[in-house]
Design a protein around this ligand. Structure first.
Ligand code: IPE
Ligand code: IPE
Ligand code: MG
Ligand code: MG
Ligand code: MG
Length: 319
């Protein structure tokens, strides 16, 4: 479970982002729950339970937030009560379903072998391994079904499907996960450039897809979209460097997942390969470049306050 917003407020120097993200969650949770009610008709009961267990009531919901932030609609924040935004929710739901499927598979014994996720037993622990494989498979299919049924014009639906397929697929998240596993136990063969590529794929690609889906919805110019994409790559890298740092500095209570896993599994993370100080320096440099990308975006007549706050949230997050 995510800690209460009260305690998060104390830790994060981003109270405006915290408040907006909390509001996004309060809009998102009932929409995801009712989407699953529709999508899981005619699904075996245990599989339904497993999917709801993994997908509902947990997580920061950062990727759905990025769908809205990528639209660059709203000064300074996208207005979540605006009925005009209604057609964007299917994109937010689809991205989160892919993310949850990636977490379920990432935790399995054949990958990271984790017992704890979002403050409770991982899906394969609460159910069994075969159910976890199948629930992940199902959530991937449900994500694309959600996009196919979205009430948008056909060209946008197709673009969304392409963006999500490419962000989550073998050149994106799945490819990153494959590299992550293949480098385990081989830290000497890894350097900062390898790590950047690994992070860009396993984490950055889905984050970029979320932003791009929002940008497609609001019809950004190619230059704006390109600049948001550059920012997204750096945001994704910063997100995963902070994840690597939290793996050694965080507690199970705060993280909702078991710390110390990267070293124990001999994974190639920024910390295990380069050390904590170097990881922090790389994070600072990534953030500097991300701010430069936002400054450029500003020259295109865009208010980047929300994206900038999101970046601050990502690097100061404690879970
Ligand atoms: C965890 O993502 C997986 C990584 C890409 C590091 P999050 O930290 O966004 O996890 P939830 O969705 O909040 O649980
Ligand atoms: C996972 O990275 C990224 C995914 C694609 C799920 P990690 O393995 O570092 O994520 P955590 O630490 O288990 O959340
Ligand atoms: Mg992993
Ligand atoms: Mg993991
Ligand atoms: Mg991690």
């Amino acid at each position: 479970m995510i800690p209460s917003s009260k305690s998060a407020d104390k830790r994060h120097p981003t109270p405006d982002f915290d408040a907006w993200l909390a509001s996004l969650r309060s809009h998102f949770e009932p929409r995801l729950a009712s989407a699953l009610d529709r999508l899981l008709v005619d699904t075996p009961a245990e599989l339904q339970d497993a999917i709801r267990y993994a997908a509902l009531d947990g997580g920061k919901r950062l990727r759905p937030a990025l769908v809205f932030l990528g639209s660059l609609e709203g000064r300074p924040w996208p207005d979540l009560d605006d009925p005009a935004h209604e057609s964007l929710w299917p994109a937010a739901i689809a991205v989160e379903l892919i993310h949850v499927y990636s977490l379920v598979h990432d935790d399995m014994p054949c990958m990271d072998d984790d017992d704890l996720r979002r403050g409770r037993p991982t899906l394969h622990r609460a159910f069994d391994e075969a159910t976890a494989v199948l629930a992940g498979d199902a959530m991937q299919a449900l994500a694309f079904a959600t996009l196919a049924d979205a009430r948008t014009d056909e060209a946008m639906r197709l673009d969304w499907i392409r963006q999500l397929a490419s962000g989550s697929g073998p050149a994106g998240m799945v490819g990153g996960q494959a590299i992550d596993l293949s480098l385990a136990g081989n830290r000497e063969a890894s350097d900062i450039a390898t790590l950047a590529d690994l992070h860009d794929r396993k984490t950055g690609a889905l984050i970029r897809a979320a932003l791009a889906m929002g940008g497609r919805w609001s019809g950004l110019s190619p230059r704006q979209a390109g600049q948001v994409d550059l920012f997204g790559r750096l945001l994704g890298r910063a997100f995963q460097i902070q994840d690597d740092i939290l793996d050694v500095t965080g507690s199970a209570e705060a993280l909702g997942k078991t710390p110390g896993k990267d070293l124990a599994a001999d994974k190639c993370s920024y910390v295990t390969v380069a050390g904590l100080d170097r990881a922090r320096r790389e994070l600072d440099e990534t953030v500097r470049r991300a701010h430069a990308a936002l400054w450029e975006l500003g020259t295109l007549g865009t208010d980047s306050h929300a994206l900038s706050s999101c970046l601050d949230f990502v690097i100061h997050r404690q879970h």
